[in-house]
Design a binder for this molecule. Sequence first.
Ligand code: 5GP
Length: 174
Amino acid sequence: MFEIGSVLFSARQIQSRVRELGEEISRDYAGKELLMVGILKGAAMFMMDLAREIHIPVQMDFMSLSSYGAATESTGTVQTRRDLDADISNRHVLVVEDIVDTGLTLNYLKQSLQLRQPASVKICAFLDKPARRKLELEIEYKGYVVEGDDFLVGYGLDMAEEGRALPYIAAVRR
Ligand code: 5GP
């Protein structure tokens, strides 16, 4: 179990930011077909909300990568637990992620998706926590930048599988 500390983003704030992101993405990809790739499980909630705010035709697929498990630190090794169903060659891929911390996960993923020769690969992360970034990573669309290195829960983010369904994002009390 964990104790909830301060709430960083309310459900209402999240909703309005997701709407803005959806509008931006719709504009940028107008006239193109977009394949949204959600990273399970953390990005599932954001992905579904975002998809409803994108006003061009989208297709959706999911990947599952190794995560921290019960720990709160990235191990540095990333493994694919579940790969895409879709062939992404010549397609416009938008990777949808909950949060970027060290950047190791998405850096690995972006490189491995590039090998499949998509038309483009961009990243949309709801949260960007740059304090612990270990490498440079371009994040084309981001919801919010979070200062500090609090461990966050809610809106898909879990603490050892708990707290994902919270409609807001909060820091875990240390
Ligand atoms: P990175 O590889 O960028 O260090 O880590 C990315 C993944 O770590 C995210 O997809 C998420 O699963 C997890 N993560 C990073 N920071 C947090 C956090 O503050 N809270 C939670 N619940 N997960 C986090």
